[in-house]
Design a protein around this ligand. Structure first.
Ligand SMILES: Cc1cc2nc3c(=O)[nH]c(=O)nc-3n(C[C@H](O)[C@H](O)[C@H](O)COP(=O)(O)O)c2cc1C
Length: 732
């Protein structure tokens, strides 16, 4: 909620001020070069900072010129005004140490005059000054709201400068440059606002005129200028102007306008006749002018130029981010929520997840289905829904995106009246510690609802990977029998090249439950790891079937259950050694054997054992490995018995626990896990990994059990371990 308030304020302020902001920034960049150019002129004395008036004024007195005023500008150039020996008007830069004339000041160039007028008042006099002042104030508010957004994004003030993951150009540099130029922009905006307030008389900047008691003026003891205590104690660097006495009359005096006060000084005795300190508002106005223009420092002027250029970039990148967000937001639905069979719910912060949701939505509409697309926060009762697809990103510390924050409450509040099959697709990035955490939570939440029936195992999409999305689309399509061909335009992935695999052996003899093993050799020795998937095209058409691979003895081994009329299982069952098939190996690296885990627990039922067989075969480093597997009957297990016993002797498998659901104690694999709950908790607590492969219903039971184990024994939710890569699943 708060993030969107600040985000909308930030955007609204930027929208309302952007034209003037562009103008002020462009002119600001140009004007920043004026002090830089001025400072490159050779009129500053090297000793400027050390000189006092007691050193400079006597030198000037010796000149033939009649000086009426001395001034020191922001460049620390000392200028005198008066008349020369011939009585002609004189304005010149001098060396304050020697009194030597260095050059004649030139007026501001017409170009800079023009740009200055545009920057200050848009050539609209007071009205223009008002709008420019308002723009400075809006910039101040934009800076404040931007700072709060960065703090929220970085999850706290202390983490303000911690690393930012680079995803897209505009959001990344908007934040990175925002952090760097925050302070100069804030100073620029604050000083600009203050100068405008001063200009309109909203802060008191009146100086008090000196009050001199002329009756008390003395003409004795007469001193030389060098002996005036006040001149000895005043550095030239503190002077703005000095007005010289008009005549030699004792009643005419020096007026010293310093940076913080004004003094009048008796020209004969050096006595201070009056001293007025400036009001704070005057000091602040001068400071604002220094800070806003960079007139006192070329380096600061250049920083201001860069900060102004950054403002232009922020305008571009800010609008690019907002445009993307808007573009990807929900468009008007053709069908209402009440009449739709398919409900697609989206959790997205920056809009990219909407692109995938739109793709699914459009595909369903093309198929003539009634589909309704909305945000997760708009979850309600959907009376005709049969399918619910939740696509969600994860933000912050594994949190929900802004448009999904209320989803959990809404689901508890509005149960669906009829069974709805659901599928969750998480969008996230492995660059963050809590990978797709919110999607896992959504999946858990839905799985707990009595009305919700899992259709496809939760899938995750890392860094918007089209391939990951394609895997989900394929799995979902298989379950629903609705084509979900992932378009090239969306996925931007080349059509897969199929490779030829040779069948080396097959058990053919179907077990009572119809399970058989087939081994294949890939001719090009393409890298394949247990846990990857083999995609086959049994009818040489778009229909793809995926099988989990176990690499055993350097061959690809699939464990398959023959389904009556099964397209893929029937095709593979018909193969004989020596025959070849066309297939594609799909990298499934989220389900590879963990490289560093101290212990691995493998949980499988039925043919879900396939990838684990390969992992055990490759476990030559003898990582403690515990296999829990469930079958209908002991004869179903016979296919794997010898292999597993052999590996147990070789210590590549530490423990084997088998449950039979239709004989003996009639157990499910989840009951074995419940029995060993303490051990499972210990594995998770010590950074071990639990891998689950098999049917979705088994997965549901096991995850529910793991949730209880995690909550009661570890005080954390199962989603915590899922998002930290300690619970890996590949179920179907
Ligand atoms: C500030 C920020 C925080 C993120 N935090 C996580 C996170 O905790 N876990 C995760 O898996 N992905 C995280 N991501 C990645 C996004 O979830 C991912 O890029 C997603 O595809 C963005 O989808 P969207 O454009 O629809 O918002 C984060 C991204 C950003 C910019």
């Amino acid at each position: 909620m708060t993030i969107s308030v600040w985000r909308y304020s930030h955007l609204a302020l930027a929208v309302s001020s952007f034209l003037l902001l562009v103008l002020a920034s462009v002119t600001g960049i140009i004007l920043a070069f004026e002090p830089v150019l001025q400072k490159s002129q050779p009129y500053r004395s090297d000793k400027f900072n050390e000189l006092t008036l007691a050193q400079t004024l006597p030198v000037l007195k010796k000149n033939d010129a009649e000086i009426s005023e001395l001034s020191v500008d922001a460049n620390q150039f000392v200028q005198i005004k008066g008349s020369d020996a011939n009585g002609k008007n004189l304005t010149a830069y001098i060396d304050p140490q020697t009194g030597k004339m260095l050059g004649v000041p030139t007026p501001q160039t017409e170009f800079f005059q023009w740009v200055t007028a545009l920057h200050r008042s848009l050539f609209l006099h007071e009205a223009g000054r008002f709008f420019i002042g308002l723009t400075a104030f809006l910039l101040l508010l934009i800076t404040v709201s931007g700072t709060l957004l960065i703090i929220q994004r970085q999850r706290g003030v202390k983490r303000f400068f911690t690393r930012i993951v680079r995803e897209n150009f505009a959001p990344y540099y908007h934040v990175v440059l925002g952090r760097l130029s925050l302070i100069p922009i804030f100073i620029m905006a604050l000083s600009g606002t203050y100068l405008s307030l001063a200009r309109f008389g909203l802060v008191a900047t009146e100086k008090v005129s000196p009050k001199i008691d002329f009756d008390a003026i003395r003409s004795k003891p007469e001193r030389t200028l060098a002996d005036f205590a006040v001149f000895q104690n005043t550095r030239l660097a503190d002077v703005q102007t000095i007005e010289f006495p008009f005549s030699e009359d004792v009643e005419d005096y020096y007026t010293l306008k310093l940076k913080d006060r004004e003094l009048t000084v008796n020209q004969l005795t050096g006595d201070i006749l009056s001293e007025n300190h400036y009001p704070t508002a005057v000091l602040l106005t001068n400071l604002s002018l220094d800070l806003h223009t960079g007139r006192t420092s070329a380096i600061w002027a250049l920083i201001l130029a860069v900060a102004s250029a950054n403002i232009l970039f922020f305008i571009y990148s800010g609008f690019a981010i907002s445009w993307k967000r808007l573009k990807n937001r929900v468009k008007k639905n053709t069908y209402s929520a009440d009449e739709s069979r398919f409900i697609i719910l989206v959790g997205s912060e920056n809009g990219s997840t909407f692109r995938y949701a739109q793709f699914i939505h459009q595909q369903l509409l093309t198929l003539g289905e009634k589909s309704f697309l909305t945000e997760l926060n708009k979850y309600a009762v959907f009376p005709k829904a049969e399918h619910l697809i939740a696509l969600t990103a994860t933000y912050g510390l594994g949190d929900a995106p802004t448009n999904a924050t209320r989803f959990v409450d809404l689901v508890e509040k509005y149960p669906q009246p009829q069974p709805v099959r659901f599928s969750v697709l998480g969008f996230g990035s492995h660059a963050y510690p809590d990978f797709c955490k919110f999607a896992f939570e959504v999946n858990q939440l839905l799985a707990r609802q009595s009305w919700a029936v899992p259709l496809v195992d939760i899938h995750t999409v890392n860094d918007k990977s089209p391939t990951d999305f394609g895997l989900w689309a394929e799995a979902w399509s298989q379950q629903t029998d609705l084509p979900m061909p992932v378009s090239l335009e969306l996925l931007k992935a080349p059509t897969p090249d199929l490779e030829t695999l040779v069948v080396t052996s097959t058990t053919k003899t179907a077990q009572p439950d119809g399970t058989f093993l087939i081994r294949l050799q890939n001719s090009h020795n393409q890298r394949v790891t247990s846990g990857d998937l083999l995609a086959i095209y049994p009818a040489n058409d778009h229909r793809e079937r995926l099988y989990s691979i176990g690499v055993v003895n350097n061959e690809l081994q699939l464990s398959i259950r023959l389904h009556p009329n099964g397209l893929g299982s029937g095709f593979l069952h018909r193969q004989s050694p020596g025959e070849t098939i066309q297939a594609r190996i799909v990298n499934n690296d989220h389900f590879h054997f963990p490289k560093t885990a101290p212990t691995v627990v493998m949980i499988a039922n039925g043919t879900g054992i396939a990838p684990f067989l390969g992992m055990i075969d490759r476990n030559t480093q003898k990582t403690p490995c515990h296999l829990y597997s469930g079958f209908r009957e002991s004869v179903s297990f016979d296919l794997y018995r010898a292999f597993l016993e052999e590996n147990r002797s070789a210590q590549q498998l530490t423990n084997l626990h088998v449950a039979y659901s239709r004989e003996g104690e009639k157990q499910y694999v989840s009951q074995l896990i419940a029995r060993d709950a303490d051990f499972i908790a210990k594995v998770l607590a010590t950074k071990g990994v639990i891998m689950i492969c098999g049917s979705l219903s088994m997965q549901k039971d096991v995850i529910a059990l793991l949730e209880t184990i995690c909550q009661t024994k570890l005080g954390k939710s199962v989603s915590f371990y899922q998002s930290h890569g300690q619970i890996l699943m590949d179920c179907y």
